[in-house]
Ligand binder design. Structure first.
Ligand SMILES: *[C@@H]1O[C@H](CO)[C@@H](O)[C@H](O)[C@H]1NC(C)=O
Ligand SMILES: *[C@@H]1O[C@H](CO)[C@@H](O)[C@H](O)[C@H]1NC(C)=O
Ligand SMILES: *[C@@H]1O[C@H](CO)[C@@H](O)[C@H](O)[C@H]1NC(C)=O
Ligand SMILES: *[C@@H]1O[C@H](CO)[C@@H](O)[C@H](O)[C@H]1NC(C)=O
Length: 361
């Protein structure tokens, strides 16, 4: 049975993830060995890198956080997994833990893409990320660092999909003004917590609709926050390049490479416009010049002086009583977040204040 799962996993992972496969093999063997110590000698032959002192060494450990106390290394690595996402720096798996029956998301970070994990600073980052608890943020339940540099993050699984999917689905729920507002407020609350609610602020660094999950009552749960803190410069730059093509990257990041609270606000503005327009914020030509830094559909509306092009008319019809004026206020707020100059963007507390006004209007 276990062998079947393992084969499925092997097939599901492409050559580019070869190192992850090796990682699984080694841990699979380890888990087998631990569970059947009588047979352990025969596995030792197959795993020369894992001699008897292997896993007790201090360089490999699983750190658990609130809600993840019951995790064990074998629990996670023996779990049958299905690939649900891939990026240049890692792979996401949906895994079901066999002992507890819980479904978890496992995020593997490729060793070459990550920074070294043996520094004090790194441990500080993990502690900080693990301490984040907010109803609109996907928590980190556990973190594992292997002695080959492989890193694994454990998160809860959300079955209802991501915000990008939701917006594109065009079903009745996605055009309800109340949903659009409450999703925006949820995202802003999460960002407010990251920016102002922690001892050391966390910049999200890669805010986009695909990184926002929804639960069954359409409450947003933001994932991937602070991941840039674990990646090396090249891998971090690759994320920004993707983000530029997807339209969420603030124009100042073309010159300065450091993500900031202000660049998060820019991404928030783009997501707001994505929510009201239903359009994907593709940027065909992210040059950073003048108004051309904006995603195509926003730029066109600005150049034509037609902000009313930025919302779906169905929104007004779906809510008898929402006026166009309210929707335009929301669009203006989004546009102020998308200001070319970081210092002209509102901070997240100001955004929340405005959203509450708009909710009353
Ligand atoms: C959805 O998330 C919100 C906020 O985290 C929570 O209050 C609510 O109970 C959740 N709903 C469901 C059905 O899980
Ligand atoms: C988000 O949803 C899209 C479908 O619109 C899907 O292709 C993608 O894999 C999802 N992304 C993540 C990170 O879950
Ligand atoms: C950083 O990550 C990239 C992959 O994105 C890798 O090719 C490169 O070797 C890494 N650079 C350093 C200095 O570790
Ligand atoms: C609009 O408002 C009126 C009164 O303020 C209310 O009777 C009516 O049910 C509302 N319509 C909708 C679709 O919410």
């Amino acid at each position: 049975m276990r062998k079947n799962h393992f084969l499925t996993l092997l097939l599901g992972v492409s050559l580019s993830a070869f190192s992850i496969v090796i990682f699984f093999i080694v841990l699979f063997i380890f888990c087998r060995r631990k569970q059947s110590s009588a047979e352990s000698d025969q596995y030792d032959v197959e795993s020369p890198d894992y001699n008897k002192q292997g896993f007790s060494s201090e360089t490999e450990e699983l750190v658990t956080f609130h809600g993840g106390e019951d995790l064990t290394i074998c629990d996670i690595l023996d779990a049958p997994g299905e690939v649900i996402g891939k990026s240049s720096y890692g792979t996401l798996y949906k895994a079901s833990l066999q002992r507890s029956g819980k479904i978890r998301v496992l995020r593997f970070l490729r060793p070459v893409c990550t920074v070294r994990s043996d520094s004090k600073e790194f441990n500080g980052v993990i502690e900080t990320l693990g301490s984040v608890r907010h109803e609109n943020l996907v928590p980190l339940l556990g973190f594992y660092a292997g002695n080959r540099g492989e890193k694994l993050m454990v998160h809860p699984f959300f079955a209802s999909g991501n915000l990008s999917e939701f917006i594109r689905s065009r079903d009745d729920e996605s055009i309800k003004w109340m949903n659009i507002l409450s999703i925006t407020i949820g995202i802003s609350k999460a960002l407010d917590y990251l920016h102002t609610g922690m001892q050391k602020p966390i910049v999200h660094g890669n805010l986009k609709s695909k990184n926002i999950l929804l639960n069954s009552s359409f409450e947003p749960q933001i994932s991937d926050f602070g991941l840039h803190l674990l990646l090396n410069r090249t891998a971090g730059q690759e994320i920004l390049d993707v983000s530029a093509a997807e339209g969420y990257k603030a124009p100042e990041l073309i010159k300065m490479k450091e993500v900031s609270k202000e660049s998060d606000l820019y991404s928030l503005g783009v997501i707001m416009l994505e929510l009201v327009s239903g359009k994907e914020p593709i940027n065909e030509n992210p040059t950073g010049d003048d108004e051309f830094y904006l995603p195509d559909f926003i730029r066109n509306a600005v150049l034509d002086h037609k902000l009313s092009d930025l919302y779906r008319p169905e929104i007004l019809r779906s809510n008898g009583n929402v006026s166009e004026e309210c929707v335009l206020k929301y669009i203006q707020l989004a546009m102020s977040c998308c200001s070319p100059s970081p210092s002209l963007r509102p901070n997240v507390k100001q955004v929340l204040g405005k959203l509450k006004e708009i909710r009353r209007c």
